[in-house]
Design a protein around this ligand. Sequence first.
Ligand SMILES: NC(=O)c1ccc[n+]([C@@H]2O[C@H](COP(=O)([O-])OP(=O)(O)OC[C@H]3O[C@@H](n4cnc5c(N)ncnc54)[C@H](OP(=O)(O)O)[C@@H]3O)[C@@H](O)[C@H]2O)c1
Length: 400
Amino acid sequence: MQTACRRLGHQYIKQSPASLYSLKSVYPLSDQYYGVENPRMASTLATKGVGHLVRKGTGGRSSVSGIVATVFGATGFLGRYLVQQLAKMGSQVLVPFRGSEDSQRHLKLMGDLGQIVPMKYNPRDENSIKAVMAKANVVINLIGREYETRNYSFEEVNHHMAEQLAVIAKEHGGIMRYIQVSCLGASPSSASKMLRAKAAAEEAILRELPEATVMRPAVMVGTEDRILNPWAQFAKKYSFLPLIGDGSTKIQPVYVVDVASAIIAALKDDGTSMGNIYELGGPDIYTMHELAELMYDTIREWPHYVRIPFPIAKALATPRELLLKKVPFPMPVPTIFNLDQIEAFSTDTVVSTNALTFEDLGIAPRKLKGYPVEYLIQYRKGGPMYGSTVSEKLTPKSWN
Ligand SMILES: NC(=O)c1ccc[n+]([C@@H]2O[C@H](COP(=O)([O-])OP(=O)(O)OC[C@H]3O[C@@H](n4cnc5c(N)ncnc54)[C@H](OP(=O)(O)O)[C@@H]3O)[C@@H](O)[C@H]2O)c1
């Protein structure tokens, strides 16, 4: 019935006075009910985001949220948690992917039949981007990479692609919410090329779409993370962990699921998050050394560190960057010795005092100690069941 009325609403504008009369006889409402002048018919997109979309059901996976979201970068770490949460509220999710079918296969299981729609695209082909955005009313951009490859520079992935998506979304005309995932510490004056590119992307997006929402997560932790996993793998393999600098750099790691929840909270609000930048850090600030201790504690190994001063760490990481475009084969993906990340971690990166945060989105981020780092038990000597798990040592109350 709702759909029929909406369709009729469109017909009123096009109908001749005679047919309008007959429609009025079907729906005996006063004259002011007809036409877009009526506040009820007028678009509220600019001010309300997706808050007014037609919803059906109780809000679960099999209901309809009215959101049709194209999630660029859905095949990555944050993507799987975000797609899961979008699907769980009954949204349709279009998943552009560029690699093999396997890169998106795990996402299909997160929704009902037809709810998650993988679409092959080419990020360098404007028409294919338009095709994956065509049916969407929400665009979320998670594309990013913390190292350069032979094919893609930091600028292209983290800035130009993001800008192109915003331009296309603007041309599209029907995108109600645009969310860009940037990085905590993004700044034009950062020592890290990636963070400078992220800052340029934020500026370009807010210039194209001033009502876009920007999320700046801190380092994300979770089952597939790229901080604690490489540390644990290195520690297991070489029986020590390189601690770059003196380990006193402060960061504010955040649980990946909380970042996905923040994006959903922004989507669900009445438009208050439109045009805002949110800094998403966890509840605790850790030094690199403290975070490494948490990792060692969870994998139940005795901590062994080798302190590597910044200049030496940079010297170790530089050859890859120098050879990247000079050798005729791909260079290995950098993990711990990633030159740009070493630059980024040379200064403290925590949520700024006046920033909008999780709190403004109504979310209390979880402490890392406990469930969020429990995936690390897979690295325990003797198997994951060795000893009690961290969460068993803590009462659930202390997680909050
Ligand atoms: N992970 C963190 O700790 C962290 C912290 C702060 C901010 N962020 C930001 O949050 C966003 C999501 O992070 P994440 O950890 O989920 O990233 P991720 O796992 O590396 O996934 C990145 C996504 O971007 C896509 N992508 C990368 N390079 C691309 C290219 N040249 N063309 C097209 N697509 C490309 C990847 O597609 P393929 O699968 O095809 O490669 C993947 O879907 C990123 O923007 C990242 O910069 C991450």
